[in-house]
Design a binder for this molecule. Sequence first.
Ligand code: AMP
Ligand code: MN
Ligand code: MN
Ligand code: MN
Length: 297
Amino acid sequence: MATVQHDLNADLHSHSTASDGTLDSATLAARAKANGVELWALTDHDELAGLPAARAAAERVGLPFLDGVEISVTFAGTTVHIVGLGIDPANEELAAGIADVRAGREERARQMGDGLAQVGIRGAYEGAMKFAPNPLLVSRTHFGRFLVASGVAPDMRSVFGRYLTEGKPGYVEHRWARLGDAVRWIRAAGGVAVIAHPGRYKFTPTEEYALFSEFQAHGGEAIEVVTGSHHAGDIAKYTDMALEFGLLASRGSDFHDPHESRLDLGLQPTPLALSLRLTPVWSRWTEDELRAKPVAP
Ligand code: AMP
Ligand code: MN
Ligand code: MN
Ligand code: MN
């Protein structure tokens, strides 16, 4: 087998208009290629609808591509995101599982609108829906964009802090998928399950240990070490945890929008390679499997 490239410019976490990104998948593919991405995955929240167009666009620009998804999970009372990479987008078990996860979003969004109305912000549900290109996938991000556009808060960071996080008027407790189910759906679809941005969760060390060991017991294989959400200290910590647990390491920007996101596709401007001590998640596929197909006539 060929040596695994640790400094591959892999970006295995990004969002399109099929969830809460602002660019469509063809625009993302072109942007990834222009930014020097060498392996790209689209990982929309609880949704596979953007994948066929993403793959077609990636093939047109000669960009190796993995089909992906980011599943919302509730673990120990906290929302955790599990990315699936290399999934078969036609798999029925995965499609049915995430359809159930999506189904709860509509009612949650109405309740978020009610919560915001109680502090005098009218029409937030309807407003958020106008910002949601996929009506089946309305998220806090769409509420955030509506609230910024209406001048309620200056930017997404402050809007989340003031209105959309736990204890704030637009926040609604929600029960997402179970960890074991999310991992099982991803594996059923032939994919690799990855704990997304572990540094973002506010777990105690005991809870975090439980998350990692249960994830692994269910068949989860990787964690994101380098992500747009991690600072240097997080990268060092999760490098050590990947080694301790024997988990593969992933890398992705979590790009949503050119202005909102901290890092662009390909993690520009700083190249953030994985430590040589880690086994990159892309070692799970052969070069042949990753190679972009020739452009269709
Ligand atoms: P939801 O799945 O509806 O709970 O929305 C979660 C999404 O909100 C995440 O995937 C991010 O895109 C976005 N988000 C969460 N926290 C923040 C934040 N502090 N600032 C900006 N966007 C955020
Ligand atoms: Mn998002
Ligand atoms: Mn996430
Ligand atoms: Mn994401």
